[in-house]
Design a protein around this ligand. Structure first.
Ligand code: HEM
Length: 112
């Protein structure tokens, strides 16, 4: 069963541009990690300063292996205080199991 790990990070408005820039220059190592299935950076559009870093993994173990790996550390070091998107206490990790999922049906692609 796949698991979803969402890092919810509050980023004050004056740091959002820099935060997004950092993700544009992200390591890209996660894509090559065993068990990795999906990543999305979600920008809030109303009512909150909370960005969501959505990741999906084939198992809890796959996520934990990445989280304790050098790739994770490398993806998160550098920058220092001036580049830090927000205080550490403003990030929360949410964990879910994927019970159901769906995408568009392939045979409807060309229908109007
Ligand atoms: C205080 C906690 C965290 C903060 C402030 C944070 C912030 C960031 C930032 C700014 C980046 C862009 C790269 C950089 O400039 O460093 C990044 C990369 C990333 N973060 Fe986090 N992060 C945190 C923890 C986590 C956790 C727990 C997850 C698990 C879902 C996660 C998932 C990712 C992923 C998937 C990337 C891209 C890595 C890659 O491209 O290989 N982050 N994070």
């Amino acid at each position: 069963m796949s698991v979803v790990k969402i890092n919810a990070i509050t980023v004050p408005p004056d740091k959002q541009e820099r935060f997004e820039e950092r993700f544009r220059g992200r390591a890209g190592a996660v894509e090559q990690t065993p068990g990795f299935e999906w990543f999305e950076l979600l920008r809030p559009t109303e009512g909150t300063d909370q960005y969501l870093v959505y990741t999906r993994w084939s198992s809890e173990e796959a996520y934990e292996a990445w989280q304790s790996s050098q790739d994770f550390d490398r993806a998160h070091d550098g920058g220092g205080d001036t580049l830090a998107p927000a205080a550490a206490h403003s990030a929360h990790l949410w964990s879910y199991q994927v019970l159901e999922s769906a995408g568009p049906r392939a045979n409807q692609e060309n229908q109007v």
